[in-house]
Design a protein around this ligand. Structure first.
Ligand SMILES: Cc1cc2nc3c(=O)[nH]c(=O)nc-3n(C[C@H](O)[C@H](O)[C@H](O)COP(=O)(O)O)c2cc1C
Length: 193
């Protein structure tokens, strides 16, 4: 079993990473290996909507030459996909959005002459997010967007862990958030077996 974490925060020591660390630590403790791709470190172009990927039902098939093939391969090889992102303007950060767009076409071969397969059908997906508003007002749209994204893609959405950042003058991480992250990891791990 392995978990692929797509980290969409630009801040290496930021809140989203601080919340994801105990989650990943607990998965590792349970024997589930975790690897993290820092999306801001990669070259990830936006989807062009050209539909070249729809001609090839066996692989990614994107014509753009950047680091997205690496992301695609890691996602395809994992059992648990974790999308970790701060909320930016009520959704995810730009590289995470680029990845979501390129995967929804590259993985789902629904958009060509004939309807093809979802290459990632049944994969488990979880969201870890942090936001300035209370989560029900800051992360609700992202949660709903990903719920629909997963349904459309025939993925199994495990839901979100969302925690509030009270402002740049305050310390984000505390014992309660750490406990939430560990509990979320246990729920995600249980869903894999
Ligand atoms: C450009 C920008 C846009 C943001 N937009 C929102 C938003 O729409 N809703 C919200 O609740 N918080 C918003 N925030 C607050 C961040 O989600 C919050 O500070 C988060 O914890 C930052 O995570 P990080 O430390 O991993 O970067 C925004 C922050 C930035 C920098």
């Amino acid at each position: 079993m392995n978990c692929c974490i797509l980290m969409g925060s630009p801040r290496k020591n930021g809140n989203t990473q601080a919340l994801t660390a105990p989650f990943a630590g607990e998965l590792e403790r349970l024997g589930i290996g975790c690897s993290t791709l820092w999306l801001y470190d990669l070259e990830l172009k936006p989807c062009l909507g050209c539909r070249a990927c729809q001609r090839d039902w066996a692989q990614f098939g994107c014509v753009q030459r950047d680091d997205m093939q690496k992301v695609f391969d890691s996602v395809l090889a994992c059992q648990l996909l974790v999308l970790a992102t701060p909320v930016y303007s009520w959704y995810c950060t730009p590289p995470m959005k680029a990845v979501l767009d390129r995967l929804v076409y590259g993985m789902n071969k629904y958009y060509g002459e004939e309807k093809g397969p979802s290459l990632w059908e049944g994969k488990k997906v979880a969201l870890i997010t942090t936001c300035g508003y209370p989560p029900e007002k800051g992360a609700d749209l992202l949660n709903e967007g990903l719920r629909r994204y997963c349904k459309h893609s025939r993925l199994s959405y495990l839901g979100m862990l969302a925690e509030r950042h009270m402002g740049y003058g305050s310390v984000f991480m505390d014992r309660e958030k750490e406990r939430h992250a560990v509990e979320f990891a246990r729920r995600a791990a249980a869903a894999l077996y």
